[in-house]
Write a protein that binds this ligand. Structure first.
Ligand code: CP
Length: 313
């Protein structure tokens, strides 16, 4: 099996990867997924350890990374951010240096994106971003693998993201631009994705021949979309902003009515967890157009490929 060699030590944002590297990860993902489905696993990370630091809650990320490293013959350590010495003032630099003496890779879920950047700079082992306030690269890669296994191509595919321009939106924008997928983001002005990320993605999209549109109009965004995506309106740590965000985002909900304005064969995506009947109608999430559980499953397979690429010597 061909394990890609990546130019960067870490996966901090999707932009750490080139198009060729993402496609190589997807080819490995497809092989690992097919083998796992028939009960076959590969010891590519035999006796290697992954430290998983969680400063925020998780279901998918925690379980898929831990299961994934086990499938690969390695071992995961769950480190609750409240329990380790980081919480009592040990610096990120010192923590990253110490963990690098014990383990072969570090996955971190945290608040400030700068924490992930600092971890990656200070650790001598690979660091994987398991979600920060600005990015969720593993999610975006799993989502575009989900599209790729259905379409077998990216050229001409259109993804519409409806709702809050959050960390998931930022990573989807970066990944779409690199892969050459057309992407429309429908959101209120005050909840647009990060302007620095959008500007860089526009330049990347020009190179890959795709489009990136930011609009206030959800109907315009879904009109030609093959895939319609949303995420929760209130991200972890934003609870105080809940009332204002719910008001501003009210018209950016995925409903059966909104889907009827677009293609009859469009599919619905959500990174989960969902707040049913808030950002998406429960009936849409449960419908035959929803591929949300394929996305969730593919977190496991894509992350296995990422860990192999970063951690296998
Ligand atoms: N999508 C996602 O990252 O899920 P968790 O928060 O459950 O890990």
């Amino acid at each position: 099996m061909n394990i890609p060699k990546l130019k960067n030590k870490d996966l901090v944002t999707v932009s750490d990867l080139s198009r060729d590297e993402i496609m190589a990860i997807f080819r490995l993902t497809a092989r690992l997924k097919a083998d796992a489905r028939r009960g076959k696993h590969h010891d590519f990370l035999y006796r290697k350890s992954l430290a998983m630091i969680f400063e925020k809650s998780s279901t998918r990320t925690r379980v898929s990374f831990e299961t994934g490293v086990t499938h690969l013959g390695g071992h995961a350590l769950f480190l609750d951010g409240n329990d380790i010495q980081l919480r009592r003032g040990e610096t990120i630099v010192d923590t990253a240096k110490v963990l690098s003496r014990y383990v072969d890779g570090i996955m971190i879920r945290t608040f400030s994106h700068d924490n992930v950047v600092k971890f990656a700079r200070s650790a001598t082992v690979p660091v994987i971003n398991g979600l920060s306030d600005e990015h969720h690269p593993c999610q975006a890669l799993a989502d575009f693998f989900t599209i790729y296994e259905r379409e077998k191509k990216f050229r001409g595919i259109h993804l519409a993201y409806i709702g809050d321009g959050n960390n998931v939106a930022n990573s989807l924008i970066q990944c779409a631009a690199i892969l050459g997928i057309n992407i429309s983001i429908a959101c209120p002005k005050q909840y647009e994705p990060d302007s620095f990320i959008v500007d860089n993605a526009r330049a990347e999209a020009a190179r890959s021949g795709s489009s990136l549109v930011i609009t206030r109009d959800p109907e315009a965004a879904v009109k030609n979309a093959h895939y319609i995506y949303t995420d929760v309106w209130i991200s972890m740590g934003e609870e105080k902003k809940a009332a204002a965000k719910k008001k501003a985002l009210a018209k950016y909900k995925i409903t059966r009515e909104l889907l009827a304005k677009g293609r009859a064969d469009s599919r619905v995506m959500h990174c989960l967890p969902a707040h049913r009947d808030e950002e998406i109608e429960g009936a849409v999430l449960d419908s035959g157009r929803s591929i949300v559980f394929d996305e969730a499953e593919n977190r496991l397979h894509v992350q296995k490929a990422i860990m192999c690429a970063l951690m296998k010597k």
